[in-house]
Design a protein around this ligand. Structure first.
Ligand SMILES: Nc1ncnc2c1ncn2[C@@H]1O[C@H](COP(=O)(O)OP(=O)(O)OP(=O)(O)O)[C@@H](O)[C@H]1O
Ligand SMILES: [Mg+2]
Length: 224
């Protein structure tokens, strides 16, 4: 079973042309796939669609079929969706809502009603993974843009989603932060989970197994 399988996927915003027309996309377990393409091509919109954010929470036009670990994304309850797919959006400020780092990472776990002990374990483990343990009680707004991005990543990792979607995460990270994310991706692959990475910088592509290019409504595999 594939981690993600999209068939005949067409999507766009309510206004404007479709950003993808009848696209096919597969991500296997243990695979990291990158999506590149010009600014405005619809890469971030694709991330929203594949995570079910469009049309569940944001408006948009979507048709076709998306299977997440074998089940239709749009039929899954929200609690199950966030266990299967997690996204770190391009702009961390759009994703961070809580005063402290700990509260931010705890939120998703609280929503899923994890027992307190398991919650504490997962918060500790995911902050450890991104190297932010010592910031646990700090105000998120005092952190750098890159650190905020890592907090958003920790909050997603805490839910241990089978598919991790990272939208241009390297853009705001320094070398140390980039190494952290590359480690997270390697760990995901080793565990047989899947990663979708929106990325331009060839330096960050060695962790990637396949590259897709989104432009003018078409999604094509890039032959290296
Ligand atoms: N909420 C929205 N409503 C209508 N149109 C939108 C909305 N958000 C984005 N768009 C438009 O959809 C198109 C695709 O935007 P998107 O952010 O997905 O592109 P992108 O490939 O991620 O670009 P970038 O590389 O700059 O991040 C753009 O033309 C953008 O202006
Ligand atoms: Mg984008």
């Amino acid at each position: 079973m594939m981690a993600l399988k999209a068939r005949q996927l067409t999507f766009g915003h309510l206004e404007g042309p479709p950003l993808l027309e009848k696209g096919e996309l597969e991500i296997g377990k243990g695979e990291c796939v990158a999506v590149t393409g010009p600014s405005g091509a619809g890469k971030s919109t694709l991330c929203h669609v594949l995570a079910g954010v469009i049309p569940r929470s944001l408006p948009g036009r979507v048709s076709g079929e998306i299977l997440l670990f074998g089940d239709r994304l749009w039929d899954l309850p929200l609690a199950e969706t966030v266990r299967r797919v997690g996204v770190v959006f391009q702009d961390p400020d759009a994703q961070l809502f809580f005063p402290t780092v700990e509260a931010e990472v705890a939120f998703g776990l609280e929503n899923l009603c994890f027992p307190e002990e398991e919650m504490a374990r997962r918060i500790g483990a995911s902050l450890d993974l991104v190297g932010l343990s010592r910031y646990r009680c700090q105000a998120t707004q005092d952190l750098s843009q890159g650190q905020k991005q890592l907090v958003a990543l920790a909050a997603v990792l805490a839910l241990e989603p089978g598919l991790l979607i990272l939208d241009e995460i390297f853009a705001s990270l320094d070398q140390q932060g980039a190494a952290v994310v590359q480690g997270v991706i390697a760990d995901y692959k080793a565990k047989g989970r899947a990663v979708l990475l929106v990325e331009h910088d060839p330096e960050n592509l060695p962790v990637v197994d396949r590259i897709l290019h989104l432009a003018q409504g078409k999604l094509r595999e890039v032959v290296p």
